[in-house]
Ligand binder design. Structure first.
Ligand code: SF4
Length: 182
């Protein structure tokens, strides 16, 4: 019997001429290292996100340099900035147009809770219309915090079961948000 090793965060058993691991783990590692983000940036937090995309922070290290402005070619929705109630249905539509599996990163106080804009026109958190996987606090968060949020998304992607999307729990979540599960 071979010994257990961790290779790129994936637990494997290696021996002479063979390597064993779980399909869930391999696919999770592949997905986590090739996330294509869709930036839904509306205000100041969006500028911080642009800073994060600069050469100084080099998100290509994590396989995340390929931006997608089409929901159909993206798997991580990054919402950065104030979302007005008028914009909320558009955000929901963009989320619905993304194919499974997909994740959502809420960047900054405005996207997460409405921030300082406790007014009639501002959505008090995007989780009122779409499910959020990771929240990044701050007004605005620094690029390092945004990268930490992305790392948390990667941890989630790596550890998520392939079958989670077919689970009753996930279907219940989509139903709660009145989202199509097809
Ligand atoms: S959280 Fe602060 S920095 Fe970010 S969009 Fe809102 S007001 Fe601007």
């Amino acid at each position: 019997m071979g010994k257990v090793e961790i290779i790129n965060g994936v637990e494997t058993i290696n021996g002479e001429g063979f390597q064993l691991t779980l399909l869930d783990k391999v696919i999770g590692a592949a997905r986590a290292n090739s996330v294509w983000p869709l930036p839904f940036a509306t205000s100041c937090c969006g500028i911080e996100y642009m800073g994060t995309m600069g050469s100084n922070y080099d998100v290509a290290r994590f396989g995340m340099e390929r931006m997608s402005f089409s929901p159909r070619q993206a798997d991580l929705l990054i919402v950065a900035g104030t979302i007005s109630k008028k914009l909320a249905p558009i955000l929901k539509q963009v989320y619905e147009q993304m194919a499974e599996p997909k994740w959502v990163l809420s960047v900054g106080a405005c996207a997460s809770s409405g921030g300082i804009f406790d007014t009639y026109s501002v959505l008090q958190g995007i989780d009122r219309v779409i499910p959020v996987d990771v929240y990044v606090p701050g007004c605005p968060p620094r690029p390092e915090q945004i990268i930490e949020g992305c790392m948390n998304i990667h941890r989630l992607v790596k550890s998520e079961s392939l079958r989670r999307r077919y689970s009753d729990e996930y279907k219940h979540l989509l139903k709660k948000y009145d989202l199509n599960d097809e």
